[in-house]
Design a protein around this ligand. Structure first.
Ligand code: BG6
Length: 542
């Protein structure tokens, strides 16, 4: 077995040969808490990424502190990063290495999912973190970054492997990638030395801008070097959707228009815009959630079985679905897509302001904080099956759920019974309270023939005695391992924009809506209920 990662100071300088050997070695030290627990068997813990430098652009921003650094710390703490790991934090503000590390430590105390902080692991990681101030338009700064990374290869054994994580404003992506190309940071080396770039959402703001961005990125990077993040794909319950569908034999035969009446997907949030008013004004629910998280969930529900779990096999099937979603024309948008904006109200017992009263929001803003729509997929499996999608801020609670609503039985034999059973529902609770519930009819004990619907429930927290990793831990580890299956491909992003752009364009041509049209703490505008009501259906109470 290869040697385990030793705690302590960074390793000494290596020769070129040692660097090459290090690149291919997978080191893992036994993890007592995981190795003895049989319920953890099967978790993917066997691979450790190659030695590498992790370059975090936008290192002083909210995303870096809330998500990326806690994920890195957690991966380090659980020995899933190699000993020869270095993190170069890059941002525009001046900091010393120590001051930056102190801020990260403070953020870990707030955002790390495991508390208290393991100080020994943190100080070990902190030794591998350096900070570099950089204006993204500054050529000399990028030259210095390139030199610093070369030096790390020699001094810290990072073996020429580099992951660039762009946790910056979307508008800065093109410039950073251009600069990387200018100084050759994108060049992969023969026999080792991979270069990968992780790009955060939002990827573009409509079809044209996404295509332009893809084009700019492709001038410097090959598609296989680009990892576009949609963090929903890293969620444990979302990954389980694939296992549920394709690891079980009994669901796939009924997973089609013969048995399924319709599908509902809800991404509800109780929070408002959380100090991100300026960002949200430019985004709205359709760009923030529908284009990515909701459509990704829909593709995973609807896709055909892939021939393997190789990144491209999986993504080919997802793209097929996105392309088969009927493109909404203005008439369809008017009839089948609802937008809403919250006014003041009460959420979880607290009074909250309306969207237009949030900081950095136009008091007459027309930005939607809620979107619901009826979509169809033009293929043999799903023809005629509506997918109702909705997402909103300041709804009564935070919950993400996919519910598959099955057709009624062909003959209602029990309609005389006091509790005529409702059709079967399979509800996948993505978060919180993660699990899967099947609703079915059962006979009430007794001499009569009363029938009721009951729930059969699988809950993650009682079935597995482990905490799920955060989506960012999964995705960062995958990017370091070179597994792109949970990342969005260029054509996939464009196909998703092809569904959402006509909606945004149609709205721009319509009379402005009467906002606010739902109170904070309610389930959204009435029009969203009418959308299903017209089809004789209702949103599931969740
Ligand atoms: C982000 C959106 O992509 O997802 C946010 O920009 C939203 O507005 C967040 O709050 C929701 O993520 P999660 O993981 O809390 O469901």
């Amino acid at each position: 077995m290869s040697p385990s990662r030793a705690p302590g100071p960074p390793p000494p300088a290596r020769t070129a040969r040692q660097l090459r050997e290090a690149t291919t070695a997978a080191r893992r030290r036994p993890r007592p808490d995981t190795d003895v627990n049989p319920l953890r068997q099967g978790l993917r813990l066997e691979r450790v990424p190659d030695p590498c430098a992790f370059v975090l652009f936008g290192a002083t921003g909210d995303l870096a502190h809330r998500k990326v650094m806690p994920a890195i710390y957690q991966l380090w703490r659980t020995n899933l990063l190699p000993a020869e790991f270095s993190l170069v934090a890059v941002a525009r503000r001046p900091y010393t290495n120590e001051a930056f590390a102190a801020e990260v430590h403070a953020s870990l105390e707030k955002y790390s999912r495991v508390q208290p902080i393991d100080e020994a692991a943190w100080s070990d990681l902190a030794k591998r973190i350096s900070y570099q101030q950089l204006e993204f338009s500054d050529d000399a700064g990028f030259d210095r970054l390139s030199t610093a990374l070369d030096r790390l290869d020699v001094e810290r054994g990072t073996a020429g492997n580099r992951l660039f994580y762009l946790a910056t404003q979307p508008s800065q992506v093109t410039e950073i990638v251009r600069q990387m190309g200018r100084v050759g940071l994108d060049h992969e080396m023969r026999g080792g030395g991979w270069r990968r770039v992780v790009i955060e959402k939002p990827f573009g703001r409509d079809f044209e801008s996404a295509r332009h961005l893809n084009h700019e990125v492709s001038k410097v990077l090959r598609e296989s070097q680009v990892y576009r993040i949609d963090h929903y794909l890293g969620k444990e319950t979302v990954r389980n959707l694939l296992v549920f569908r394709f690891g079980n034999g009994i669901f796939e035969p009924v997973w089609n228009r013969s048995y399924i009446d319709h599908v509902q997907i809800t991404v509800a949030e109780s929070i408002g815009v959380e100090g991100r008013g300026a960002f949200y004004e430019e985004t709205g629910a359709s760009r923030d959630i529908l284009q990515n998280h909701l459509l990704q969930l829909m593709t995973l529900v609807a896709m055909e079985p892939p021939t393997s779990f190789q990144a491209d096999a999986l993504r080919n099937e997802k793209v097929q679905i996105l392309r088969a979603i009927a493109a909404p024309d203005p008439e369809h948008v008017r009839r089948d897509v609802v937008r809403g904006q919250y006014g003041p109200g009460w959420v979880q017992g607290e009074p909250v302001p309306g969207y237009r009263q949030e900081p950095e929001v136009d008091p007459e803003s027309e930005t939607e904080t809620y979107v619901a729509g009826r979509f169809t997929i033009d293929d043999w499996r799903w023809s005629g099956v509506p997918f109702y999608l909705r997402a909103g801020k300041r709804l009564p609670k935070r919950t993400t759920e996919i519910s598959i609503q099955f057709k009624e039985v062909p003959l209602r034999l029990f309609r005389e019974s006091t509790g005529d059973p409702a059709p079967n529902v399979l509800a996948m609770r993505i978060q919180p309270d993660e699990g899967i519930m099947l609703r079915f009819a059962a006979k009430v004990p007794g001499l009569g023939l009363d029938v009721r619907t009951v729930n059969m429930d699988f809950a993650y927290d009682t079935s597995f005695v482990v905490d799920s990793p955060d989506a960012y831990e999964t995705l960062i580890l995958d990017a370091l391992l070179g597994d792109a299956s949970l990342f969005t491909r260029a054509d996939e992003v464009e196909a998703a924009w092809s569904v959402v752009t006509p909606i945004i364009n149609a709205w721009a041509d319509m009379a402005p809506p009467h906002f606010p049209n739902y109170g904070a703490g309610s389930w959204g505008p009435e029009a969203a209920d009418e959308l299903l009501g017209r089809d004789g259906r209702r949103w599931r109470r969740i």
